[in-house]
Design a protein around this ligand. Structure first.
Ligand SMILES: O=C(O)CCC(=O)C(=O)O
Ligand SMILES: [Fe+2]
Length: 347
């Protein structure tokens, strides 16, 4: 691993009792969050066999005929669950849209759930395609995986709290009834000659943390702020790519990076990946941490009620709704990418 690539971190100390190993884990994570906002994680407790099952079920879904997949389009209702066709998202707004198709799921919630009744972002029932080769297997694999990823995200947030010298319970309220989306992604091979074409254009993620499973194809790149260049994220069997979303940047007043990343699938084969986005309780207000205000108190551009905070407080529901509006061309006005000025300079 080159020193300018995001680090590869062993998560086993989290599950153990050795205090010095736990401190090392905290140190490594803090450094990764400040430098890249990205790292790879192994010994995380999720088996490779479950990961392979998820990728296999995903492949079987995308192999269905387009007219079947369209029956489960996410825009049929307002729950943000289901199929998104090729090019429905357009991050860089340069070309025809991102060359990927996807399928969103979350925790399967009944219509009478109070958060569903209140129309909170991303809360609702899943869509389970009946036409799959083994629909029951698809459902059980995805539900088991979603539950385990939710737990892993909570565990990671406990350690991230420690990296910020906060009590390990700091994010507990945020983790209550969370918006937590599992997104199956399929990138067809792209035309290598096309300069503008992207599997997914340069962007930052919207929530708190993203935990990404990728196959062995490669193509994911992250922005290196210091060297101002794109760095490949080498696929490592069984490992997760973890990155911080916009909420971490808002909490920490930019001390931690929610970094730009993109995918170009120039390998000549199709690529599959499965990001899990953990975005917290829809009613939770993300506001600058008091300990991070001093850190940049001298910074200009203070906005909002918290003195020295670069970003005003915002609810998870409002933030997520706005960022989705930005990137799916809904015509509604969102917030723009937190690092949009860097993207603008790249062009
Ligand atoms: O497919 C990948 O490797 C990245 C996906 C991603 O960045 C996203 O869905 O936000
Ligand atoms: Fe992303």
């Amino acid at each position: 691993m080159r020193p300018d690539e995001p680090p590869v971190i062993d998560f086993s100390p989290f599950y153990g009792t050795n205090e010095s190993q736990k401190s090392t884990l905290i140190e490594l994570l803090r450094h990764a969050c400040e430098q890249f906002g990205f790292f790879q994680l192994f010994n995380h407790g999720i088996t490779e066999s479950l990961q392979q099952d998820v990728l296999q079920q995903s492949k079987e879904f995308f192999e269905l005929p387009l007219e079947v997949k369209e029956k489960y389009n996410k825009d049929i209702d307002g729950f943000n669950r289901g199929y998104e066709p090729l090019r429905s998202q357009n991050f860089e707004k340069l070309g025809k849209g991102d060359l990927k198709e996807g399928f969103y799921m979350g925790k399967h919630l009944p219509f009478e759930d109070p958060y569903v009744l209140a129309k909170r972002f991303g809360q609702g029932p899943n869509k389970y395609p009946a036409e799959l080769r083994d629909p029951k297997k698809f459902q059980s694999v995805m539900e088991e995986y979603h539950e385990k990823m939710t737990k892993l995200a909570e565990n990671l947030l406990q350690v991230l709290a420690a990296t910020l010298d906060l009590p390990s319970t700091f994010f507990d309220d945020f983790c209550e009834h969370p918006v937590a989306a599992l997104r199956l992604l399929h990138y067809p091979p792209q035309d290598v000659a096309g300069e503008v074409e992207k599997g997914i254009g340069a962007h930052t993620d919207f929530g708190a943390i993203t935990i990404l499973l990728q196959d062995s194809t490669g193509g994911l790149q992250v922005w290196n702020n210091l060297a101002t260049e794109w760095v490949d994220i080498t696929p490592l069997p069984g490992a997760y790519v973890v990155n911080l979303g916009n909420m971490m940047m808002r909490w920490t007043n930019d001390r931690y990076l929610s970094n730009l990343h993109r995918v170009s699938n120039k390998d000549g084969h199709e690529r599959f990946s499965v990001p899990f986005f953990f975005s917290g309780n829809p009613d939770y207000i993300v506001r600058c941490l008091p300990s991070c205000v001093d850190h940049t108190a001298a910074a200009t551009g203070s906005s909002g009620a918290d003195t020295g905070a670069k970003y005003p407080p915002v609810s998870v529901h409002d933030w997520m709704t706005g960022r989705f509006a930005d990137t799916y061309n809904s015509g509604e006005k969102g917030f723009g990418d937190l690092r949009g000025s860097v993207v603008a300079e790249m062009k």
